[in-house]
Design a protein around this ligand. Structure first.
Ligand code: BG6
Length: 547
């Protein structure tokens, strides 16, 4: 794929409203009226930073086909994200959304489903004029993934959209279906000529996690996908990489001078990366049981957060340079010898969430009584590089924990010498820099300060940066950013298969060990996880943060 194709269709007149190649200049991108505020010159737009002269990135002519469009992901994330992009004026005027599923729906039924999803979950306000233009490009193809006639209908629909809506043969196929259906779907796309691109048009495929359930299955999956698509056509979604605050890890580290000099084993005692949820598994027993917390979250989101926190500075922020640095970190990971002492896993028992009594994992609908699936996982790693040698990295995730929070905490060593009476520093902890991914997105620095009074007494205080206070614009949802990147062919935020395989190499021995040894330990819903997780850190003379 050439660069021209990557950015095809996006041409923006100097300082004015964007033009989209392939449509008459007077035709505006979807939602451009709604987005007019964002596009007016800075001096006329009270919400716009006068220094900000960036122009929006707008997708060229194209369409999006969603397989598995009746699922939760499509309804709660993908449909609202498409609408929000349209509302922000970032989609082309003839944009098409095709739903494919095993339902006997007409186009109107599909439109109603998208309408309801947008009303309930979209981030931006509902605007009739945006909706009208967007929904004219909706089509529904009823069908089965293994049925040739269904794919013939899909192809006819796409050809018709190319003629009627000017999608120009540019299409994304989003696999929002269970992984066991990936092979059938990609092979059908190939068989029916839907995966073929030419110098004039592109085809891309989006693969949702899980990318396999271990190294071997990830390699098999990759082999199947690459029979049909070349690497630059494949976009693997790890939605954490679409979060603004995750991208801010790179900004914090590499746009500033004051952090990098201390970002290493000389100054850092350890890293703690937490993704805690207060919800249970909801209605996802079918997906979750047999997968568990480590495969669901550590293999992808947490190892990606770790890679961004620990990697060296990339030579640029293009996809290739970023991947090279992330891969080096993942390849340098080593696991402790004693997995019994340095990992913990558990599942929630009955307890409390938001003041309500909630049931345990074993009582959730569809969970077998003899399940060994964990809903909490904690592991310790080290990274064998000069920068990180000897610095423990603790990762933990769990459902039904005390609160919802995702954060990366860099915990620094204590000062080598304290010129105070020991009683003065009894309440002084380790300096800590916390990057809060969600909620209350921001950064906190914790350090010691003198308590007012005639005595020298030093206590920890915090200095806080909150996104909400510093910026007036609300952040786009991760799926908004990622779908737009796929439409534009921008791949820096999508893991390549090498990263996926390296992550499985790290995780396989741990989940393999758990499968053969102890069953998950129970922890009451609403607490911070199993006792063995606390013991794991206590053994190292440390404690988990209580964020
Ligand atoms: C998904 C996991 O990848 O991330 C879910 O499969 C989890 O189990 C979800 O609930 C959490 O995402 P977020 O963006 O709400 O932190």
């Amino acid at each position: 794929m050439t660069d021209e194709q990557n950015t095809a269709g996006t041409a923006v007149a100097d300082g004015g409203a964007p033009n989209v190649v392939g449509v008459p200049a007077e035709t505006e991108p979807l939602g451009v009226a709604a987005a007019a505020l964002a596009l007016t010159p800075p001096e006329d737009n009270p919400l716009r930073d006068p220094q900000d002269r960036r122009l929006p990135r707008i997708a060229g002519p194209c369409g999006l086909v969603i397989f598995g469009v009746t699922g939760d992901l499509a309804r709660k994330k993908l449909m609202p994200a498409v609408y929000d992009l349209a509302n922000r004026g970032l989609l082309p005027p003839g944009f098409a959304l095709v739903g494919f599923a095993r339902r006997d729906w007409a186009n109107e039924d599909f439109e109603q489903v998208v309408h309801d999803a947008v009303k309930e979950y979209a981030r931006t306000p509902f605007r009739e004029e945006v909706w009208k233009q967007l929904s004219e490009g909706f089509r529904f193809v009823p069908g089965e993934l293994d049925d040739d006639a269904s794919f013939v209908r899909l192809r006819e629909t796409i050809d018709e959209l190319d003629r009627e809506r000017g999608t120009n043969g540019n299409h994304v196929f989003y696999l929002s279906v269970p992984p066991k259906l990936f092979p059938t779907t990609v092979r059908q796309l190939k068989k029916h000529g839907l995966a073929d691109q030419s110098p004039e048009n592109w085809r891309r495929v989006v693969v949702e996690k899980p990318f396999g359930h271990n190294l071997e299955s990830a390699q098999e999956l990759n082999a199947i996908v690459s029979e049909v698509f070349s690497p630059e056509q494949v976009f693997r979604i790890d939605h954490y990489l679409g979060k603004e605050t995750v991208q801010n890890i790179l900004a914090l580290r590499f746009a500033n001078q004051m952090f990098e000099p201390v970002w290493n084993a000389n100054y850092v005692d350890h890293l703690q990366i937490t993704m805690a949820e207060d919800v249970g598994i909801g209605g996802r027993a079918g997906y979750y049981d047999g997968i568990g917390a480590a495969r669901d979250v550590i293999q992808n989101h947490l190892l990606q957060l770790m890679a961004l926190t620990a990697m060296e500075e990339p030579v640029s922020f293009d996809a290739k340079s970023l991947r090279i640095e992330k891969q080096k970190v993942l390849a340098a990971v080593h696991l402790p010898d004693r997995l019994d002492l340095h990992t913990a896993h558990g599942h929630y028992s009955e307890g409390w969430a938001g003041g309500l009594k909630v049931r345990g994992y074993l009582q959730e609908e569809g969970i077998p009584a003899d399940t060994r699936t964990e809903t909490y996982a904690a592991i310790k790693l080290e990274i064998d590089t000069r920068r990180w040698a000897g610095v423990p990295i603790y990762l933990r995730t769990g459902k039904r924990l005390a609160r919802r929070v995702t954060e990366v905490a860099v915990v620094f060593k204590k000062a080598p010498h304290l010129p105070f009476a020991s009683t003065a520093t009894e309440e002084l902890g380790n300096n800590t820099l916390v990057m809060r991914i969600q909620p209350d997105e921001g950064i906190t620095l914790r350090f010691g300060s003198k308590v007012p009074g005639s005595q020298m007494e030093i206590r920890d205080v915090t200095m806080d940066f909150a996104y909400g206070g510093a910026f007036t614009e609300s952040s786009p949802e991760a799926y908004e950013r990622l779908i737009l990147d796929v439409l534009l062919g921008d791949s820096p935020l999508f893991p390549q298969h090498e990263e996926v395989e390296l992550s499985w190499r790290i995780l396989d021995p741990i989940v393999g060990y758990w499968a053969e040894h102890d069953k998950p330990e129970q922890y009451p819903a609403g607490t911070w996880g199993p006792a063995s997780a606390d013991e794991m850190l206590a053994r190292d003379g440390r404690a988990w943060r209580r964020p």
